[in-house]
Design a protein around this ligand. Structure first.
Ligand code: ATP
Length: 360
């Protein structure tokens, strides 16, 4: 296991559309599970491939376990990789697939047998060791790929969307198993996904990427609760954070945000925005439907009610702006009703509409 340091990595593909990664820096601690999260094309895979040695950066440095590996060939970096597609050898039985990396390294046969048995046990593959991959389900084949990656005592485990080819139910159960497995092994891991649920569930920390850049790094709860930009708040969460535009107006008892005739008290520090627009960010589950009440509440027109089993999702409009509310199961109201939403001040985040960044 080892610490991974990325310093100012730049990568441009010939004929590509600008920089695939643009001076990206990141530190992954020894034993840490780091998730690279972002939409398609943001540069996650490019970053992972540079760490693996499958792409050479135009500039910057990669240090693994204190060793500069920037220009080292992949097989000399002592890392393992699991890909989205079940990269298993169809003509080798499961046991040979799992032991492949060990055999290549010239590990003695009895040690290979012992380690293969250990990994097969961890990934519940023991009954299948004598089968060919064609006789396995997609989930089992991906287990083989993971087993092969963990037997080699690598310093670093790299995973590129390893769950994305599995169906929803299998993905959920394998996700929990993967989390348990990696925790037990304590191996430093970099995991690429565009699935925010996977990122929140698996990561010790998440690095959110956008257009070749890391825009925020932090523990899942930190990134979820305090998105550094509207992009992050909109990318994490299902449904994502609500954003409402209002105008700051002075009032007798401090500044207020005017939302089409309704208003909310603002933190004193935002008084300097007087007369300007400001964006309120609030999570759908932070809003509470109440009977009636005074400040801090907003009136909302109920448009759609979606019972989701364990909860109910409401689509409402506040001063003509869409606001999603995640409320309890069994919620009863009809489209066309007017709701009163309590807006807890501690859950409000304020953003600069120009830059989309979180205000202190
Ligand atoms: P996805 O989830 O779709 O794989 P990603 O976040 O992993 O996306 P990358 O695959 O790293 O993103 O791509 C980053 C940018 O680099 C994109 O604009 C992509 O089109 C471009 N790119 C990636 N590989 C190549 C290549 N071999 N040649 C040219 N451009 C490339």
């Amino acid at each position: 296991m080892a610490e991974l340091i990325l310093r100012d990595l730049v990568k441009t593909y010939p004929g590509g559309n600008g920089r695939a990664t643009d001076t990206v820096s990141l530190e992954v601690a020894d034993g840490e599970f780091m998730v690279l999260l972002g939409p398609s094309g943001c540069g996650k895979t490019t970053l992972l491939r540079m760490i693996a040695g499958l792409e050479v950066p135009d500039a910057g440095q990669i240090v693994l376990g204190g060793r500069d590996v920037t220009y080292l060939e992949p097989r000399r970096r002592n890392l393992s990789m699991v890909f989205q597609s079940y990269a298993v050898f169809p003509n080798k039985k499961v046991a040979a697939n799992i032991g492949f990396g060990l055999r290549v390294r010239g590990v003695p046969a009895d040690e290979i047998r012992r380690k293969v048995a250990w990994a097969a046990e961890l990934l519940q593959l023991t009954p299948y060791l004598d089968r060919y991959p064609a006789k396995l389900s997609g989930g089992q084949r991906q287990r083989v790929a993971v087993a092969r990656a963990i037997v080699t005592d690598a310093d670093l485990l790299l995973m590129d969307e390893p769950l994305s080819n599995l169906d929803a139910l299998l993905r959920m159960s394998f996700r929990a198993e993967l989390k348990k497995l990696v925790a037990e092994l304590g191996i430093t891991t970099v995991y690429v996904t565009h699935d925010q649920v996977e990122a929140l569930s698996l990561g010790h920390r998440i690095a959110v990427m956008r257009e070749g850049d890391i825009v925020q790094t932090g523990a899942p709860a930190e990134v979820y609760d305090n998105p550094a930009t509207e992009f992050v708040g909109g990318f994490l969460g299902s449904p994502p954070m609500n954003f409402l535009t209002g105008t700051v107006a002075p009032a007798e008892y401090g500044p207020r945000l005017d939302l089409g005739g309704q208003s909310l008290a603002l933190p004193e520090g935002l008084a300097s925005f007087d007369g300007r627009e400001l964006r309120l960010g609030i999570r759908p589950e932070a809003l509470e439907v109440v009977e009636a009440g005074s400040d801090p509440v907003l009136r909302a027109d109920l448009q759609v009610v979606e019972p989701l089993g364990a909860s109910t999702l409401l689509t409402t409009a506040v001063a003509g702006q869409v606001v999603k509310v995640h409320t309890a199961a069994g919620f009863r109201a009809e489209p066309g009703d007017t709701l009163t939403l309590r807006v807890p001040p501690h859950a409000c985040r304020w953003y600069d509409p120009g830059s989309g960044t979180l205000l202190p």
